[in-house]
Design a protein around this ligand. Structure first.
Ligand code: HSE
Length: 407
């Protein structure tokens, strides 16, 4: 018998209880042991829910119970999740978490403690919800030097951009609709400003690099400036606009960023729509591989958490080696990241030397027209460093939109 304690009975916590209850026979068979939920920790009471019988309000009951082997941390946020996780590991309990803030900030330290205590710190659900990506990076793609990892890592923003693309709707209208349907949070900042995707690409890049990538060091832009007019141009270009979290290795240096990109019909992530997530990985010997599925939601996320519980049971008394050292990865400067840019600006008319100015600043560009858009000029630049682009675009006023191109 393996006893587990679930910290937090919110969406994911109740999902973990549901998954273990629904699939208990097959889960126990795969784990090779009987998994029993001994405690659920939450500040609230849940009268009428069978969970009330095992509900506790004091974490110390779990910490001091020597019969609890595995702690499932699904509270979210850094504190008290960090303190509870650290104390659990130091007490010889494995921890499985879906908490990307915790993993992005303290992953390296918590992995080192788990190794020292000969237990496990597992976090499959922290990136891509139900999509297996952490375990594949750690145990399947080990023959490769990973040179690129690019993902649609946030379901909320992918839903919003997909609706804007398909319905021609404005950002604010789709966001409100997504909030009404419960897809987007009432405070959508972490999603729409790209912060959630940033933490996820920081975790993935740390694993690929084998050392710490601080999310504060990753240039991050959200989707709030994307308009329905941008999508009209995307359609003309047979492209779409997606929020990408991206890390590319060039000359042994990782260049990471989160931003909306226009991607073309041949891009591996073009078919990832709605609330789905997709993660594209390029290895130097494997070539391309794609991971696709539900990146959020109660049961998909709980499925990934419970898969970690099964792994922790299978590896009781053994630490699963995960290379993520605390020393900082030397990230390339954002200013040196090379991109192509789609630009929309006010058309100042034939009397102005605007096209000549554009040529002088950016060299030869590709002009783009969208059928019912008037009084503006839109073009795509050649590849150039972020700093060079920033310097040149600063010489223009009335710039409506800048979106990077990945096709
Ligand atoms: N808010 C996140 C998303 C939840 O929309 O993808 C999963 O981390």
């Amino acid at each position: 018998m393996v006893n587990i304690a679930v910290l937090g009975y919110g969406t994911v916590g109740s999902g973990v209880v549901e998954v273990i209850n629904t699939n208990h026979d097959s889960i126990n068979k795969k784990a090779g042991d009987d998994i029993k939920i001994k405690y659920v920790l939450d500040l609230r009471d849940f009268e009428g829910d069978p969970v009330q019988e095992i509900l506790v309000h004091d974490f110390n009951i779990i910490l001091e119970d020597k019969d609890v082997d595995i702690v499932v941390e699904v509270m979210g946020g850094v504190e008290p999740a960090y303190t509870f996780t650290k104390q659990s590991l130091l007490a010889g309990k494995s921890v499985c978490t879906s908490n990307k803030e915790l993993v992005a900030k303290h992953g390296a330290e918590l992995l080192a403690i788990a190794k020292k205590e000969n237990v496990n710190f597992l976090f499959e659900a922290s990136v891509g919800g139900g999509i297996p990506i952490i375990r594949p990076l750690n145990s399947s793609l080990t023959a490769d030097e990973i040179t690129e990892i690019t993902g649609i890592l946030n379901g909320t923003t992918n839903y919003i951009l997909t609706e804007m693309s398909e319905k021609g709707a404005a950002f604010e209208d789709v966001l409100k609709d997504a909030q009404d349907k419960g897809y987007a949070e009432r405070n959508p900042e972490a999603d729409v400003e790209g912060y959630d995707a940033c933490r996820k690409i920081a975790i993935l890049t740390s694993l690929v690099a084998g050392s710490q990538v601080d999310y504060e060091d990753i240039h991050t832009e959200g989707i709030t400036k994307i308009t329905d007019v941008d999508f009209k141009y995307a359609k003309e270009l047979n492209a779409s606009i997606k929020l990408l979290g991206m890390s590319k290795k060039v000359d042994n240096t990782f260049y990471s960023m989160v931003a909306p990109f226009m991607i073309g019909k041949d891009h591996p992530l073009i078919g990832v729509n709605g609330v789905f997530n997709g993660i594209f990985v390029h290895g130097n010997v494997l070539d391309d591989v794609m991971f696709y599925g539900r990146g959020a939601g109660k049961l998909p996320t709980a499925s990934a958490v419970v898969s970690d519980v099964v792994d922790a049971v299978k590896h009781k008394g053994t630490n699963i080696m995960t290379i993520w050292e605390e020393r900082k990865t030397n990230l390339g400067l954002f200013e040196e990241f090379e991109n192509r840019f789609f630009v929309r600006m006010k058309d100042k008319g034939l009397d102005d030397n605007q096209m000549l100015d554009i040529k002088n600043e950016f060299g030869d560009v590709l002009y783009v027209k969208a059928s019912d858009v008037k009084e503006e000029l839109a073009f795509i630049t050649g590849p150039m460093n972020e700093s060079v682009f920033a310097e040149h675009i600063a010489n223009f006023d009335d710039v409506y939109s800048v979106i990077r191109i990945d096709f």
